[in-house]
Ligand binder design. Structure first.
Ligand code: NCD
Length: 335
């Protein structure tokens, strides 16, 4: 999908978010608005009453065609803290039956008068497909589609970086591991570039970090020491074995030896570098336990920040849809 097309699909006539499918085509102003709003929800999460009525009377359906624990739970908590009614649907499906079964499911759920779908699917483009086919005024939030995009994950990572480093200007960020199969890496790269960091390095073996990523504004490194040298932020990624076809790796132990984040390899980064990981982490494959549980790790902060970011995105998309509904009704009335 072209940048301009995804912009048109995601924003209403006033330039406000109405779906959240990809970071492609969204500018710094919108991304900053998400982060600012999430920051205010974070403060709210520390209080004893954690609810606001922004989605009261709305029904949110968590539509998960691919399994997930963290993402689904934090979306559910976010919706509940916004006072929505939430339904969780885990639908195992095969990629081949995509088109029809997806539309059928959608039509049934729409008949139940849902206001928002949070969609995770193993096919790249599934959330866009649903956004194009759903009835007007229903908001679609992408919770990860194939290897394409995972925009709320990237935004919770941006919130984590901003809260620890203060700003994006001047930062060097390394994303290490299986970039090829990672929707997280793709969305992070878009977010980091839009928010104006100095440098994004994609680090890993040639088989998992192909050269074409340099066209998206990243520096490619096949050597861990060069990749981590003087970075402010290290993002480790899991080997996405479920998406690998054929042998892309010699072995897990070989991968760990060459690209694993240990106390030794972390020492190549800046002394105050933070270590992030979207989870699930594989100890001894891409990261050592010492580093995962150590003082540089902000992995659990990412999870907490995920609730606030999801609250921000859901409330913004719902109000973008409602404003559109009011405008539509207004112009009908004028006819
Ligand atoms: C990521 C995902 O599902 O894309 N996890 C997550 O959302 N927390 C990354 C992964 O599965 O490795």
């Amino acid at each position: 999908m072209m940048r301009s097309e995804s912009r048109a699909l995601q924003l209403n006539d006033d330039g406000q978010l109405k779906h959240f499918l990809t970071l492609d085509g969204l500018d710094k102003t919108i991304l900053t608005e998400i982060l600012d709003r999430a920051d205010s929800f974070l403060t709210m999460g520390e209080q004893s009453v954690k609810k606001v009525p922004l989605l009261r009377g709305k029904t949110v359906v968590n539509l998960f065609f691919e399994n997930s624990t963290r993402t689904r739970t934090t979306f559910e908590l976010a919706a509940k803290r916004l006072s929505a009614d939430v339904i969780n649907l885990n639908i195992e499906t095969s990629a081949t039956s995509k088109g029809e079964s997806l539309l059928d499911t959608l039509q049934n759920l729409q008949a139940m008068q849902s206001d928002m779908f949070v969609v995770r699917h193993s096919d790249s483009g599934a959330a866009h497909f649903i956004a194009e086919h759903c009835t007007p005024n229903v908001a679609i939030i992408n919770a990860g589609d194939g290897r394409h995009a995972h925009p709320t994950q990237a935004m919770l990572d941006m919130l984590t970086i901003r809260r620890h480093k203060g700003q994006f200007e001047g930062l060097k960020v390394a994303i290490v591991g299986d970039i090829l199969h990672s929707r997280v890496a793709r969305s992070q790269l878009q977010a980091l570039t839009t928010l104006g960091v100095d440098e994004v390095r994609l680090v890993g073996p040639k088989t998992l970090v192909p050269g074409f990523f340099s066209e998206m504004g990243a520096k490619i490194c096949h050597d861990l020491e060069a990749g981590l040298k003087d970075v402010d932020v290290v993002v480790m990624l899991r080997l996405q074995k479920e998406r690998m076809q054929g042998a892309l790796l010699p072995s897990e132990s070989e991968f760990y030896r060459l690209y694993g984040l240990t106390e030794e390899s972390l020492s190549w980064a800046k002394p105050d570098a933070i270590v992030m990981h979207p989870g699930p982490i594989n100890r001894g494959v891409e990261i050592s336990s010492e580093v995962a549980d150590g003082g540089h790790s902000v992995i659990l902060n990412q999870v907490t920040n995920g609730i606030a970011v999801r609250m921000a995105v859901m409330s913004m998309a719902m109000s973008g849809q409602l404003q559109k509904a009011e405008t539509d009704q207004g112009s009908e009335g004028e006819k």
